[in-house]
Structure formats: structure tokens, C-alpha cells
Design a binder for this molecule. Structure first.
Ligand code: CDP
Length: 224
């Protein structure tokens, strides 16, 4: 059977990764969290006291960065498990600068395309349908109001024991959305052939079911 590519894009904290993981599990496809890869590059720079806005300096260390995504959704950076560290507040504050760096994008997009080459995938990010996998079989653009997204991220952090305030999360999301949508290379934007899904008033289960319906309608029963 042909390998199927499913792209799920959208703004920060729209619930893409939770939903994409569940969809991948139902279909038995590989799940690729591209945001985690930008986060890992950010962690590397923070470890090495590199200013994440210094484009040339960041570009010059990319060859030292080795990222591995595992089937259990953990991630390692140069053989160190950074699954928790990539979600820290300091990473949230810096990741959009890293993601706006063209050299970082070329470096990671090459790896993302390679992973997707020989398997069926569900890949989530900002630019999957527009840039990483422009020929994806199904493209979803998942949105939600900034208030909903901030509340979701707030509850997620509280559950994980990460101290935060709703106000600071709202500000951080707005800032990240702005940088992600205004960068030069592959900005956050709906692909012309993507289907928009506003999840503001939907539960996770409803979103997963809606996406599964879209997949079945577009490509039939593609369970791997
Ligand atoms: O989970 P959340 O929506 O907060 O973010 P994420 O998906 O982990 O992505 C973190 C950051 O990486 C985003 O704010 C983007 O700046 C960047 N990113 C990107 O530019 N392109 C992607 N394909 C994925 C993430």
C-alpha cells in the first residue's frame, strides 16, 4: 500500500500534538512532532549559552546537534533525554527565534522529510502542509481562540507541576503566534488545500473523530 502523509498545522497550543498522537495511534502510523525538534535545538543553545536570536552563531553549531524521536514520543538531544526539558518556560520563550532561523529550518526540514520518506506518517507543526510535505494526502489546519488555547496550556502546565499564570501564557502565545506568522521562510499559514478545523468548543475525542472522518473521506480506510 502507498505510504500516506497526514499534515496537521496550526498555532501554538491548539492541541495539535495530543490529537495527532491519537490519530497516529488509531491508524498505526508514525507520529512526528516537528515542534519538539525546534525545541531541542533551543535547548542545545541554552545549554551552551548561545543567544537564540544570534542567527549566525546558532547556524554555526547545527552540525553538533543530533536529535532522535522515539516511538514512545520521548526525544533525545545528543543522547540525553530532553523530553521534559523541551517544554520548560525558558524554551517556550525562545523557540520562536530559533524557528525563524532559516538555517535551522533547512537543517530540520531535511530530517523531517527523510523520516517521512518510507513510512505512513502523521506530522504536526506550522509548515507541514505548505512546505515540509506539500503533497500530503490530507491537510488539517487546526485552530482555536487564543483564550481557549491559553486555558488548555495553563491546565496542562498545572497538571505537570509547571508554575505559570494564565495572563503570562496568553501573552506568550500571542507573541509566538506573531513571530511564527511573520517569519520569512515557511510562516504559519493555512495551505490552500487544507481543511480548517476550529476546535475552540470541541473535546479531544470530538477533534480526533472529526479528523478521522476527514481522513476516511479523502483517502479511505488506510489503517497500516
Ligand atoms: O506545542 P506548541 O504548539 O506550544 O508548540 P510546538 O508545536 O512544540 O512548537 C514550538 C515552536 O516551534 C512554535 O512556536 C514554532 O515557533 C516552531 N515550529 C515551527 O516553526 N515549525 C514547525 N513545523 C513546528 C514548530
Amino acid at each position: 500500500m502507498k505510504n500516506i502523509k497526514i499534515a496537521i498545522d496550526g498555532p501554538a497550543a491548539a492541541g495539535k500534538s495530543t490529537v495527532a498522537q491519537l490519530v497516529a495511534k488509531q491508524l498505526n502510523f508514525v507520529y512526528i512532532d516537528t515542534g519538539a525538534m525546534y525545541r531541542a535545538v533551543t535547548v542545545y543553545c541554552l545549554w551552551n549559552d548561545i543567544d537564540c536570536r544570534d542567527e549566525q552563531k546558532v547556524a554555526s553549531v547545527l552540525d553538533n546537534i543530533n536529535i532522535t524521536l522515539y516511538p514512545d514520543h520521548s526525544i533525545s538531544l545528543n543522547d540525553r533525554d530532553v523530553t521534559k526539558e523541551i517544554r520548560s518556560t525558558i524554551v517556550n520563550e525562545n523557540v520562536s527565534y530559533i524557528a525563524a532561523n532559516k538555517e535551522v529550518r533547512y537543517f530540520l526540514v531535511k530530517q523531517q522529510r527523510k523520516i517521512a520518506e518510507n513510512v505512513s506518517v502523521v506530522m504536526d507543526g506550522r509548515d507541514i502542509g505548505t512546505y515540509v510535505l506539500p503533497n500530503a494526502d490530507v491537510k488539517i489546519f487546526q485552530i482555536a481562540s487564543v483564550d481557549t488555547r491559553a486555558k488548555r496550556r495553563y491546565l496542562e502546565n498545572i497538571q505537570k507541576g509547571i508554575p505559570c499564570s494564565l495572563e503570562s501564557i496568553t501573552k506568550e502565545l500571542e507573541k509566538r503566534d506573531y513571530i511564527d506568522s511573520h517569519r520569512e521562510l515557511a510562516p504559519l499559514k493555512k495551505a490552500d488545500d487544507a481543511i480548517s478545523l476550529d476546535t475552540s468548543n470541541m473535546t479531544i475525542e470530538e477533534v480526533v473523530n472529526a479528523i478521522m472522518d476527514i481522513i476516511y473521506r479523502k483517502v479511505g480506510n488506510v489503517h497500516a
